[in-house]
Design a protein around this ligand. Sequence first.
Ligand SMILES: Cc1cc2nc3c(=O)[nH]c(=O)nc-3n(C[C@H](O)[C@H](O)[C@H](O)COP(=O)(O)OP(=O)(O)OC[C@H]3O[C@@H](n4cnc5c(N)ncnc54)[C@H](O)[C@@H]3O)c2cc1C
Length: 431
Amino acid sequence: MKGRYPGDLIITLVVALPLLAALPRIARQLEWSWAALCGVLAQGSGILALSTFLAAAMLSVRLPGADRWFGGLVRIWAIHRLLGVCAFVLIMVHVIFIALAPLPVSVDASVASLFPPLAQWPLWLGWAGFAVMVVFIAPTFNFFGTLHYQRWKRLHLLSAPALVLGLAHGMVFAPDTTLWWLLGLLALAAIIWRKGLSPFLARKPYRVDSVDFLARDVVELNLLPEGNGIAWQPGQFVYLTPMESSLAAGYREEHPYTIASSPGDRFMRIGIKGIGDATEALLDIKPGARVRVEGPYGTFLNEPGIHSRQLWIGGGIGITPFVSGAREWRDGHPTATDVALVYLANRPERAYYLDEMSAIADASDGIEVFAHYSSTEGVLTQDYLQAQCPDFREREVYLCGPLGMIRHVEALLLRAGVPRQRIHTEAFDFL
Ligand SMILES: Cc1cc2nc3c(=O)[nH]c(=O)nc-3n(C[C@H](O)[C@H](O)[C@H](O)COP(=O)(O)OP(=O)(O)OC[C@H]3O[C@@H](n4cnc5c(N)ncnc54)[C@H](O)[C@@H]3O)c2cc1C
């Protein structure tokens, strides 16, 4: 998750190329007059808004493996969201400069430049695109309260018509549309792949072989592929789609889950904690049930150039990437030479993978496991880490769990002097 990735260059090119291509033409219009200056800034912000919107759309493609170029899918979603916000702000800047250009003449002229007669339809295409964008982007920022995740996702499909309207608006004003055609087709292909084709072509059929009950609200599904399965690295996650209509919820709904088994395991094991309708329904899934699996994604715990001494800190169900790493260790393929695993749980019965992790540590060299219970020890502290793992400041640190826990532990580590670039996090929440 740290540093620069090759994909960053691709994003920069997509965002910057249209503006760079238009610069000579825009520069010729530059005069030292208010109207010309506003006109140039309106054009520049409009071009940047469209290219940023297109880059955000391209990033929604979600190709397994390709997410590595960008530092993993979680980082891609963060960039996608940032680009979406930037596009939105740039559109408003574009509108403001269009309105400002004729303002010294009169307020009426300014209003007319924004809302011309309908005959000037290219401008109205822009407004229509912006209106559709507001509808799908507003729930992302909880403008009208929190929307259920699946409804939010369906609403996000409006990004496709918003993109087409925005492109049509921009292309009317562009003397050369070749680059816009190219970028527009790539962005639309990304959306078509993701929404129309990948559910049929990228999801692999698996069957639930057995279900292990780890706690009242936690199960581990043991999945077997029907046909060619997926290969993975510790720390990676997949999208799992149940294909059983008898489930109380979540039928044909994809959700991300980390793979908890070792890459050499016959089963793909997924530990699931019921926190909402779809995950709670999976607590009742029966052996023989059909699911679809798409992935794997992510670079957590499997980035290139991995450090030999590591500290793993997992909280609650966020222990699953480390369960995969420990199981790989058990299979004789350690991911590092020296690992200290701190297992954070409220109470002993909530540390549902602890017995297995401790058994692996007892039977292997180089891996130690410490359980920390908040009910008796309070929140994790620097003193606790110092006592259990005195060299924690020199280690590469991996953190996974709920967002609140990650924020607390990350701040603690930074205060203790662990450099930011050595702290790797995976929150089980994209939003
Ligand atoms: C990279 C990653 C790995 C994960 N690994 C595991 C795991 O190994 N075990 C486990 O139990 N849970 C894991 N989760 C969390 C799991 O995906 C959510 O608990 C589940 O999606 C919640 O769905 P729900 O309908 O039961 O609950 P809801 O009440 O619908 O959702 C609860 C919250 O989960 C998030 N969420 C819901 N649906 C999705 C979705 N399709 N995509 C992304 N986020 C969503 C939203 O923030 C939502 O607010 C992981 C999440 C991520 C992002």
